[in-house]
Design a protein around this ligand. Sequence first.
Ligand code: SF4
Length: 613
Amino acid sequence: MTRSIDSILTAYPSSDGGGPDRTRLLDMLHDLQGDRGWLPEEDLRALAEGLDTTYLDVVETASFYHLFHLEPAGRHRLHLADTVVARMNGYDEVLEALQRETRAPLGGVSDDGEFGLFTTPCIGLSDQEPAMLIDDVVFTNLKPKRIRRIVQALRDGASARSVAVPGDLPPDTREYVESLVETNVRTRGPVFFRPRVTPAEGVVAEALALAPQEVIERIAESELRGRGGAGFSTGLKWRLAASAPTPRRHVICNADEGEPGTFKDRALLTRTPELVVTGMIVAAHAIGAQSGILYLRGEYAYLEPYLEGQLQWLRQRGLLGRSIGGREGFDFDIRIQLGAGAYVCGEESALIESCEGKRGTPRLKPPFPAQVGYLGEPTCIDNVESFVAVARIIEEGSHWFHSMGTEDSTGTRLISVAGDVDRPGIYEIEWGTSVEHVLHLVGARDPYAVQVGGPSGDCISVAHESTRRIAFEDLGCNGAFTVFDSTRDLLGIVREHMKFFVAESCGICAPCRIGNSVLLDRIDAVRAGRASQRDLDDLERWGTLIRRTSRCGLGATSAKPVLTTLRAFPDVYRRQLSTDTGPLLATFDPSAALDDYLRVAAALTEPNTEAAR
Ligand code: SF4
């Protein structure tokens, strides 16, 4: 039975009793799409009316996210991850099989309305690609033969869930999650994935035995830095939030693990969700927060029932809700906010906008979220890995944590290893570990280049830079470590990464919106042998300009695929340069320009012809 708009609206009441809560628009859109399979205009208009806002306001949010469909998208929606690693592992054959078996065109719906076929950026499964989502359920290690079986089963009426996990495993169990996805933890270090000694109750009691200021000092002494990429001091951030003169504060866990090639948070959420939440409770005590949000990327929707179950279990144990740990007045609870596919929402202020039911447009800073964040109130946002580290620091002490790593990068970190290696998966390494040590550890095959930290990180040459260290003072890795052997098309990889940034730019500022497209065009010209040295100089200039003038971290790092490969692999670019030094610029393609001219001329003279179109 079709769910009514009223029942969707009333599921999210405002805390002041004044009707449905506009800030929960993302949840409402998820509910609507879950019911209808897409977001029909008349329903969005009804939703807008119920929220006392405009249809355009609702569409503005819905149209921002890749996973929302404003057109019919099929009874089953298939999103194949289009990533560099998938393309190394048979992506083209899988896509071809999907088109053949579903009879759906890419980006469209099959004539019988059964299947919608789409591509999507990385879905956090680079250790087991090609991979795809079907109606929020993940399918990994895809092969054409398996595609035939999956599509046939769906056509015969099976649900995506029953095809992926035969049997009756409840979706809120770890067994179910691990039947869908291999967790792939390869090494256990001192901090993560340890067999549990102290239960969550013990860690929370330890934190509550300290005054909030003492907790902040303990975290500050450990010199823990954010694991999401920017590496900001966690203690400093907490101090800032705690000192804001306001009674209401929030803690947000950033589980929007969107950097292509990264999947470590997926494993932490699967194996140690209790520690993630424990870290959030500690943060709430330290800064005086009453509410928490776990922002889960839309691609990890299959984890949501399991995580909801974990939160419920913690509530039953008195660790969430009122009087946490028996402490009168310490009230704190967490809700899960499901994202809907937008890389930029990994940026903290964009993530806050998304939590408030809006487009993920990054805010101007300052003020920082620790001062003015969610609902305009001080908010601490930390990464999944950071919260686990917080819980372990409370358990073992700041000196223990500080004794590991390097001067500027204390402790250990998790890396997600993928690409041309024998043992892809998750590894815990001490900060300061060299690239060559990691390559040895993971069984790298003929390593030529390593993308450290995903597309927004550095691409380094194994021949010349393998002694570099993974540490904020050298390679400040955000968790991805992707290896490419000497047969890989490096410029093709750069192209894919730039294509990703062009698609993911929110478009609010010109350097990022326009500049990344210019870089992509120039890379295409280089690959086509239509570029000169002057174009390489332009790449450098444009890249630097985008980096320095963009509003947020996406623009500040989006040129890195170009800039870091230009520096590490200059010969790869030079080999492609045009040798023709005639009167025309090398990048000028006369036949393409003539095509454009002919099209315009045809449109002017015969507007209804195929050529004009
Ligand atoms: Fe948006 Fe890019 Fe500007 Fe960031 S840098 S605000 S993603 S346009």
